[in-house]
Design a protein around this ligand. Structure first.
Ligand SMILES: O=C(O)c1ccccc1NCC(=O)[C@H](O)[C@H](O)COP(=O)(O)O
Length: 260
């Protein structure tokens, strides 16, 4: 099994367990309104380059990224320094995240929030709504075509926005065929961890007119951001390079300095 398959197998087992204590129907009775937060895609398109700034403690490729770690302080710093949205990791085993982090961040900021999870079950989409998310990540490489289409519909039916993640041309075509209008091109191969911005440079041209394009992972310098904009990206999703800095807010502002 590669790491993505391993994470998804563990996630199926985790969700099966969680459903025993909270059924889908019970979740649906506790939906939370996003309040007055801006729409996720509108926020990404409101500036020359949208920034989805990520809150994560660790990852399989990087190990421990930041310690000590205060989700709310980091998110507030992002908000004060030009981020358009915040991505919060929901997975605990591999990323050290979870609902407590999401809730803490949500109460600290007004930005739209991405429920960053390995979605393999409708329960998680309902959970995103319950948590007050604005958008939900759907990873094409983790889903069959029928699941992808169904999950996109379920996310939209709850008035959330699907960020549909791809890594190669086949996945990009599958995302387009499923009707995605906000596509994240992950520069990191989730099976090998090889990360290169060439992935965005290659796939961006396939995006349909009107599609919001997000370049994800491995983005480190203001020059990277300029190149990604020239390639057609409307937004970037950045974690590690911000979180490794003493001041993640200043790092976010510096990253956008050649664009905004
Ligand atoms: O980052 C990993 O090691 C990883 C491994 C397996 C599945 C997903 C993984 N990462 C998720 C992401 O793609 C990133 O959290 C996100 O795009 C931000 O990337 P970065 O700026 O490089 O932290």
């Amino acid at each position: 099994m590669n790491i993505l398959e391993q994470i998804c197998a563990d996630k199926r087992a985790e969700i099966a367990e969680r459903k025993k204590s909270q059924t889908l129907e019970e979740l649906q009775s506790t939906f939370t309104d996003r309040g007055k937060r801006p729409d996720f895609v509108d926020a990404l398109r409101a500036t020359p380059m949208g920034l989805i700034a990520e809150v994560k403690r660790k990852s399989p490729s990087a190990g421990l990224i930041r310690e000590p770690f205060s989700p709310s302080e980091i998110a507030k710093a992002y908000e004060a320094n030009g981020a358009s949205a915040v991505s919060c990791l929901m997975d605990h085993k591999y990323f050290g995240g979870g609902a407590a982090d999401f809730s803490e961040v949500r109460h600290a900021i007004e930005l739209p929030m991405l429920y960053k999870e390995f979605v393999v079950d409708s329960w998680q989409i309902a959970h995103a709504k319950t948590m007050g998310a604005s958008a939900v990540l759907l990873i094409v490489g983790a889903l069959m075509d029928a699941e992808l289409s169904a999950f996109i519909e379920e996310v939209r039916a709850l008035e959330l926005q699907p960020l549909v993640e791809v890594h190669d041309r086949v996945e990009m075509q599958r995302a387009i065929d499923a009707g995605s209008d906000c596509i994240g091109i992950n520069n990191r191969n989730l099976k090998t961890f090889v990360t290169t911005l060439d992935t965005t440079f290659e796939l961006a041209a396939m995006a349909p007119m009107g599609c919001t394009l997000v370049s994800e992972s491995g983005i480190r310098t203001p020059e990277d951001v300029v190149q990604l904009k020239e390639a057609g990206a409307h937004a970037i999703l950045v974690g590690e390079s911000l979180l490794r800095e003493d001041d993640p807010g200043k790092a976010a502002a510096d990253l956008l300095s050649r664009i905004h």
